[in-house]
Design a protein around this ligand. Structure first.
Ligand SMILES: [Zn+2]
Length: 325
């Protein structure tokens, strides 16, 4: 039965990666927005700890860029600020985005983007730039790899994976998904109460301003806001905090670059009515984590994306299957 399941799964991948992909890229007026997070070599310690859905290795990224160039017109996100233009190359448009502003984007992605002359948008968490502050999922991963799963399970009242003796990034991701159901403030207070709210390791650090400036002056990279503190903008977050996260992050980037910050990315894809109103007042485009391809009728303030990472794109066939939305 398992064997049959595998065969059906492989057959579906082949069909999606060939016929459906060929059908979809004929939609010349559609827009693909690709979501990356981290770019790390497979043999790095940070790769071994990171959630599988967060990371792509440089070799895979380069293969992706080559495939994008072949089948799409890769455009700068600023081209969406006006009314949606029609593609004039006969190919659908595609935008490359990176969330969070990881230092590895400068080290590993930027050289490849330059080599292939591919524009991209990086969404920055403004209060974390150049600091050693950590995202809470990375703290959880670190705890799992330190062998503290039992303590985590007790503190957060969650369930470990069965049959898990060896700490793996898949197991950490399983715990992170459960912890995500709690509000950010509660997560941080549990981390703090247990003394786990430590600084980021050097190989988990975010961009500093020098790296941001270097990428900005290349004119290849556009920077958008990903809030000041990466709070998820859910309805439980006080309105004054939501407004501050939206306005202050845009203001910091505007002061730095001498031009308005037009692009926003919802942390974890979460939003509320208040957050959407605030985004509408400040930004021209906003991306979500909703999976899909955008049509001419799509709202530029609720753009769907396709998350791309190593485990989902093992071969060009898998990548093409993934790009069907
Ligand atoms: Zn994020």
């Amino acid at each position: 039965m398992n064997y049959l399941k595998q065969v059906v799964k492989q057959l579906l991948t082949v069909l999606k990666g060939t016929l459906l992909f060929r059908y979809n890229i004929r939609k010349h007026d559609h827009l693909w927005v690709i979501m990356y997070h981290r770019v790390l070599p497979k043999n790095s310690p940070a790769y071994a700890r990171e959630e599988p859905g967060m990371v792509v290795c440089p070799e895979a990224l380069e293969q992706h860029l080559e495939l994008f160039k072949k089948h799409f017109e890769i455009v700068d996100i600023d081209s969406l600020s006006d009314l949606q233009p029609n593609s004039n190359t006969g190919k659908p448009r595609l935008i490359v985005t990176f969330d969070d502003g990881w230092a590895d984007n400068f080290q590993y992605a930027f050289p490849l983007l330059k080599k292939h002359n591919v524009p991209a948008c990086i969404y920055l968490v403004t209060d974390m730039i150049g600091t050693n502050r950590a995202f809470w999922p990375n703290i959880i991963s670190k705890c799992v790899h330190n062998g503290w799963t039992n303590q985590l399970v007790g503190a957060f009242d969650i369930r470990p994976q069965t049959n898990t003796k060896i700490p793996t990034r898949e197991h950490a991701a399983h715990l992170i998904q459960q912890i995500k159901t709690l509000p950010d403030t509660e997560i941080w207070s549990i981390l703090s109460a247990n003394g786990w709210d430590t600084a980021a390791d050097d190989d988990d650090r975010l961009l500093n301003w020098d790296e941001v400036d270097a990428m900005h002056s290349s004119k290849l990279i556009t920077f958008g806001s990903h809030t000041c503190n990466h709070f998820r903008l859910t309805s439980g977050l006080p309105e004054n905090v939501v407004v501050h996260e939206l306005t202050e992050s845009a203001s910091i980037l505007e002061k730095r670059f001498g031009a308005p910050c037009l692009h926003f990315c919802y942390p974890n894809g979460d939003s509320s009515h208040i957050a959407e109103k605030g985004v509408e007042n400040i930004y021209r485009t906003a991306v979500t984590t909703e999976k899909g391809i955008n049509s001419p009728a799509s709202n530029n303030l609720r753009l769907k994306r396709i998350g791309v990472f190593d485990d989902a794109t093992k071969t060009p066939l898998h990548l093409r299957a993934r790009l069907n939305g």
